[in-house]
Design a protein around this ligand. Structure first.
Ligand SMILES: Nc1nc2c(c(=O)[nH]1)N[C@H]1C(S)=C(S)[C@@H](COP(=O)(O)O)O[C@H]1N2
Ligand SMILES: [Mo]
Length: 545
């Protein structure tokens, strides 16, 4: 910088700090757009927001995660991504201002953010290596460059072509039509900003399209799956298993209504034609690898199984019932020479690993005790939806999803509970988590205002693999009244119940409790979801008019 320019440089006033903030936001936008485009050459999961989001899910304490699931449900991931974008926007504004105020500080900040994104991407459990850092690095470089250029325009001291004097000496901010004024290059700034914005929009849109079309092989492979007729079909659902009470959960949960709980910010899109499942580990005498075709060619069994999430609060929505088609996991394990500990096998834990690096551990004894532990390929008559684990997932009656229901499974390792803690266990959840007997009032809804007279109280109760034998409802502090149970489908499914209640005017509390087939009454002791599932009775307060 020439001395005269240094002398003439003016301290940026408020308007230019605002434009600095805008420059920061533009640089951030450019960085994300370039990263989007770069990710299409690597993989969608390597995008910085996804990588940082995934990493933050992994380091989030179990209680916070549980809170997020409770409050945002299946939208928790959207909320997380919007949160990250909001934080990034704020940081970008600050870095933009810093860059105008103290040259290079903002640019350095952008590069640091890029390094954070790159580190997060490389550290993801499903990372493919250094290539995953490319989108963050390319994005940060582009963002840093743009910020440097824009801040340069904002602090430029230039000769004004029209007036032929140093712009810096013009005291007030830009008069209309002057290219340079108040110590900044207005025309240059507008030109750089608009062209960068336009180029980024194009790059970002192109990247998005490429990232989506990269999933086409997976979509095609799913479209082409024809599920053979199961060799061992499920018995038809008894007609009287489904009560006709308005507001009760449908006996079979439709796929698009089935709850979804997982850590995947981007649903893994797996191509079934290249998918493989490996079974190996302790006590596996014949390690084996299966293709999707191998599994489809085996005898398929079809079973109704109710799946429940350990994060489901008393009365919560994270439970669903579906008809699953798949292969019996115990057969596959036996083929590989696996013996359960009860028959002298050395491995007491089966760890399932998914393509996105999730690990889920189940007791080998449970999987091989005769229950219908499945490697499921089908859900309610169609191939698994991508969000529910296509091409293959585990489903085990009687165990919470986090210790049994690995989606997008690609590896099964036999090990011991002593030797390995899977994902959720590392985060404070239980190693073993059989389903707790639970019941839920579906109707009336909390704070409903039914009319006095007969009000149908109805809902579902579940104790998978034990079965439900009794459901009782209490009005206020009255006696427990036995409800009418719908027919049982199987002991692995939930059971509907109903009670016609002669409702009297005023506010009332309805409470439900179930008894399972072992004779055990659902505990009334309220416990948190962590570490092994919520306990307690579900209550609903209604006002009868
Ligand atoms: N790969 C993978 N599998 C997973 C999970 C996950 O986060 N990743 N979450 C588990 C949990 S906690 C539950 S409750 C079930 C939920 O299955 P669903 O989303 O199909 O209802 O999937 C299980 N399988
Ligand atoms: Mo779960």
């Amino acid at each position: 910088m020439r001395d005269e320019e240094k002398d003439l440089r003016v301290r940026p006033g408020r308007p230019r700090l605002a434009l600095g903030a805008l420059s920061g936001v533009l640089a951030g936008f450019t960085a994300l757009a370039v990263a989007e485009l770069a990710a299409s050459a690597v993989r969608p999961q390597s995008r910085p927001v996804i990588a940082v989001g995934g990493a933050s899910i992994d380091v989030t304490p179990a209680s916070v995660k549980d809170w997020a699931i409770r409050h945002f449900g299946t939208d928790d991931k959207l909320v997380l991504q919007l949160g990250i974008l909001a934080v990034l926007t704020l940081l970008a504004m600050v870095l933009g201002v810093l860059e105008v105020r103290f040259r290079r500080a903002g640019v350095a900040g952008v590069l640091v953010l890029g390094a954070v994104g790159a580190a997060a991407a490389a550290g993801r459990p499903d990372s493919t290596g250094l290539a995953d850092t490319l989108p963050s690095l390319a994005g940060a470089l582009a963002g840093a460059l743009l910020l440097h250029v824009l801040a340069g325009r904002l602090t430029a001291v230039k000769r004004s072509p029209e007036h032929g004097h140093e712009a810096g000496v013009v005291p007030e901010e830009g008069g209309a039509g002057s290219a340079v004024s108040g110590g900044w290059d207005r025309r240059g700034f507008v030109l750089a900003a608009t062209s960068a914005a336009a180029a980024s929009a194009v790059a970002g849109a192109a990247g998005r399209v490429l990232n989506v079309s990269g999933d086409q092989d997976a979509v095609t492979s799913r479209d082409e799956v024809v599920l053979p007729r199961p060799g061992s079909p499920a018995q038809p659902v008894p007609r009287r298993a489904a009560l006709r009470v308005p507001g009760i959960s449908p006996f079979v949960t439709p796929n698009d209504k089935f709850y979804r709980v997982d850590t995947a910010l981007v649903v893994p899109m797996v191509d079934a034609t290249t998918w493989r499942l490996r079974i190996h580990g302790k006590g596996v005498r014949r390690a084996a690898t299966y293709s999707f075709g191998d599994l489809l060619g085996r005898e398929l069994i079809e079973r109704d199984i109710t799946l429940a999430c350990v994060s489901n609060e008393v009365g919560g929505p994270y439970v669903g019932n579906a008809r699953w088609t798949g292969v019996r996991l115990a057969d596959l394990l036996a083929e590989c020479g696996v013996r359960p500990p009860s028959r002298g096998g050395p491995a007491d834990q089966l760890v399932a690993r998914s393509v996105d690096g999730m690990t889920i551990g189940s007791p080998v004894d449970d999987l091989m005790d005769g229950r219908d532990a499945l490697l499921a390929l089908g859900m309610n008559g169609e191939p698994l939806p991508f969000a529910h684990g296509f091409p293959v997932r585990m489903v085990v009656p009687g165990l919470y999803g986090f210790v049994s229901a690995c989606k997008w499974i690609e590896d099964i390792e036999l090990t011991t509970f002593d030797a390995y803690d899977p994902y959720w266990v590392k985060r404070g959840w239980a190693r073993r988590a059989p389903i707790k007997t639970q019941s839920r009032i579906d109707t009336p809804k909390p704070f409903a205002r039914p009319k006095a007279g007969t009000v149908m109280v109805a809902g579902v109760a579940w104790a998978q693999h034990r079965g439900i034998d009794k459901v009782e409802v209490r009005v206020d502090d009255g006696p427990w009244q036995q409800t009418q149970l719908a027919a049982e489908d199987t002991r692995d499914t939930w059971r509907q119940w109903s009670l016609p209640w002669q409702a009297t005017r005023g506010s009332h509390t309805l409470t439900v409790r179930a008894t399972d087939r072992t004779g055990t009454l659902q505990t009334g002791r309220r416990t948190r979801t962590i570490p092994d599932g919520a306990g307690g009775w579900h209550s609903v307060v209604v006002t009868v008019d």
